[in-house]
Write a protein that binds this ligand. Structure first.
Ligand SMILES: [Zn+2]
Length: 274
């Protein structure tokens, strides 16, 4: 089990009884998204330096709202299956919903896992649809960009790398087929490790192929792989037991970008495990 950060997180707000917590590392993603939005989108939306930065600062907030919508969907469906959904944490790679207990059946696991990407897809479709109807090219471009962000949330999380949503969907299918939850978890976790190594490898390959020009995205891919590797180990240990219900101590989490065991999740360097 990785070290736990028990510096009692303070809830920013509460939505449908779920605590929303912002981890300090989220500020890094705020800064990065605001920087990119300022460079790419703000010129079409506002004139003047101050106005452009003010507009750019709205994008990380819209991104956070997209992540929250994704996580809330997991939380609401989990609750419908009588599981506890206490807290959503925003952190540098996205968000994590802490769900207490295990889904009783593969079908419940599938529904909880698919709810997040499905909501992201619906939001993406709505934003792209609205962007087509908007007159101002700058606003249309911004809405279409946010639509793409939500589409990316859906697609990345559907990658079958346990504990990403796609990996949980894969586990639910293996569970239904083998009727052996522990075995399904081991198989899905092995797939998740492969995806994590693949991300690190893709980052390294991108540096070599681009001759260093794509160092920033390459570093991001590698970091994401490293984090996924740690989340994979934590989740596999927490959820790999043979008992169908490991009890209230065992919690699991789902992320809009990556998911991890509750308590480890908000640390971007929790990946080392041990
Ligand atoms: Zn998700």
């Amino acid at each position: 089990m990785s070290r736990r950060s028990r510096t009692a997180p303070r809830a920013l707000l509460r939505v449908l009884g779920v605590e929303i917590v912002v981890h300090p590392s989220w500020l890094a993603s705020f800064a990065l998204v605001a920087f990119l939005a300022h460079r790419e989108l703000a010129p079409g939306l506002a004139s003047g330096a101050a106005a452009r930065w003010a507009v750019a600062a709205l994008f990380p907030l819209a991104f956070a709202a997209s992540v929250l919508a994704h996580e809330m969907s997991h939380a609401v469906v989990a609750r419908a299956h009588r599981l506890e959904a206490k807290r959503i944490t925003l952190f540098v790679f996205g968000g994590v919903a802490a769900i207490g207990g295990e889904a009783p059946r593969p079908a419940a696991e599938y529904r909880i896992a698919v709810a997040g990407p499905l909501s992201s897809l619906l939001i993406a479709g709505a934003l792209v649809g609205i962007s087509r109807a908007v007159g101002s090219p700058g606003v249309a471009e911004a809405l279409a960009f946010l639509g793409l962000v939500n589409l990316a949330l859906a697609v990345f999380n559907l990658v079958p790398g346990f504990p990403l949503d796609g990996g949980r969907i894969l586990r639910s299918a293996l569970w239904a087929r083998t009727r052996d939850r522990a075995r399904a978890t081991r198989l899905a976790a092995a797939g998740g490790k492969a995806v994590a190594f693949g991300l690190v490898g893709a980052g390294a390959a991108l540096v070599v192929v681009s001759g260093g020009d794509e160092a920033l995205p390459a570093f991001w891919w590698a970091l994401l792989g490293w984090f996924l590797y740690g989340a994979n180990g934590s989740a596999a240990r927490a959820e790999g037991g043979d008992a169908p219900d490991p009890g209230p101590r065992a919690r699991r989490a789902r992320g809009a970008i990556v998911a991890s065991h509750e308590g480890d999740a908000p640390e971007p360097d929790a990946g080392r495990g041990g």
